[in-house]
Design a protein around this ligand. Structure first.
Ligand code: AMP
Length: 429
């Protein structure tokens, strides 16, 4: 037997069954982003791997373990040596790359949104896929704490539109800027050294490479150690303290409830100052935020651009859809065809084509299954389609120049005259 193919491990097809969720989600994001005057952007899916080494960080799991390389089967080793391409594991680095390339000289701030696929070779499980979609937003060129608060507001507005607002928890922290980060790290390392033995091997290494990452290690013993660790908030410089206070005041003015989470640092290297995650209250103890984000004031400069403060957030589409299903949120239905055209026999099928053309020209949605022969099987398809009416052409109707119009909801039917169709079709429209 020939090989039967299936979707790659950890990747999932989006089937028509789920379309109503995707459509609701996309429309909610689009509407709210437009309401805040964000412009849509779609950076390339494939990027230079170095972009992520330098922004997300070489030591992160995303870059270190989960990245997919993209190469041509016929690529020479010289070509490969000059540039390594990869599927993007996240999009902020790409947005910044295209900002530097194309938008840097425009008036700031620039506000962008996206709805795009990402790729991470994680261990597949519910809500954790190897190809997944994120939507999100970036504000480039605004250093004020109001931008942070407004971005969180936009996020909660979208989640509210999806029916998820009631159970949301916004967790927030500040991890400081380049001037307070050394102090934060020093205090942390001093504390962690005392408990070195209790840390997992990775965190023992992190003491040297990036001690902040110990805060969100998933290993239980590390979590126990971190419980008593100095909090980033205690070592913030004056500027970061003021800014963080203003972000929180902004949230209060916007009537957004938040929880301070001193252990929240987020996994990527580029964050500065505000970091946040939005979770559902049922998932508080699970590592499964619906989304998150933060400030990245140094990233543009770090990637070769003019220093531009920025803040962004990203949400997982599949994870939100799971949540909407879990909560039985009413997502409505996809539109159904108004008319299902049924035809019995060769001649009738030919007339059916003319009838379909007529309906299309009248802007009446229609469907048919002309590959099926019997009346019964075509009517079965009509029922399945959810059409309100069937328009039936059989042998008799061909001879009479008529069409049967059956109201499938009430089961009543009447006869229409081809010659008067122009007028009679108003009953359907
Ligand atoms: P991150 O920037 O890694 O925090 O990702 C932001 C959001 O994207 C998360 O809160 C999830 O909702 C979603 N996400 C991240 N990784 C995955 C994955 N492997 N599968 C599905 N969704 C994901």
């Amino acid at each position: 037997m020939d090989k039967v193919f299936s979707a790659p491990r950890g990747m999932k097809d989006v089937l028509p069954d789920e379309e109503i969720y995707w459509r609701n989600l996309y429309r909610a994001v689009e509407k709210k982003c437009e309401g805040f005057n964000f412009k849509k952007i779609e950076p390339t899916i494939v990027e230079n791997k170095e972009l992520f080494d330098r922004s997300v960080g070489k030591e992160t799991d995303i870059v270190n373990k989960e990245m997919y390389e993209v190469k041509r089967f016929t690529e020479s080793s010289e070509e490969r040596a000059s540039e390594t391409l990869c599927l993007r594991p996240e999009i902020t680095a790409g947005v910044v790359r295209t900002f530097i390339e194309n938008m840097q000289s425009e008036a700031l701030p620039i506000k962008l949104w996206y709805f795009s696929p990402m790729f991470r070779a994680e261990r597949p499980q519910a809500g954790r896929l190897r190809q997944f979609y994120q939507f999100g937003f970036e504000i480039l060129g605004d250093e004020t704490p109001m931008a942070d608060a407004l971005l969180i507001y936009l996020s909660t507005q979208i989640l509210e539109k999806l029916g998820l607002k009631k159970s949301l928890i916004v967790e927030i922290n500040s991890i400081g800027c380049e001037s307070c980060r050394p102090k934060i790290s020093k205090n942390l390392i001093k504390y962690l050294q005392k408990y070195r033995k209790n840390l997992c091997p990775t965190c023992q290494d992190r003491l040297k490479t990036n001690p902040m990452r110990v805060y969100d290690c998933k290993v239980l013993t590390c979590q126990q150690v971190i419980l008593e660790a100095p909090q980033t908030m205690d070592s913030l410089c004056g500027g970061c303290q003021t800014d963080f206070r203003k972000v929180l005041e902004g949230l209060e003015d916007l009537e957004i409830k938040y929880d301070l989470n001193p252990r929240l640092v987020r996994g990527l290297d580029y964050y500065t100052k505000t970091v946040f995650e939005i979770k559902d209250e049922e998932d508080l103890n699970r590592q499964s935020a619906l989304g998150g984000g933060g400030r990245y004031d140094n990233l543009v400069e770090f990637l070769g651009g003019v220093k531009t403060p920025a803040v962004g957030a990203a949400f997982g589409v599949e994870r939100l859809i799971l949540k909407m299903k879990e909560k039985n949120i009413n997502v409505g239905e996809l539109p159904k065809p108004k008319v299902f055209v049924v035809a019995i026999g060769e001649k009738a099928k030919k007339n059916a084509i003319t009838l379909i053309k007529f309906l299309v020209e009248k802007n009446i949605s229609q469907d048919s299954a002309l590959g099926r022969e019997s009346l019964k099987s075509q009517l079965k398809m009509a029922d399945k389609s959810g059409a309100k009416y069937a328009m039936i052409i059989g042998q008799k109707e061909i001879l009479d120049g008529t069409i049967i119009l059956r109201n499938l909801e009430v089961g009543r039917q009447e006869t229409l005259d081809w010659k008067k169709l122009e007028k009679q079709i108003k009953k359907v429209a």
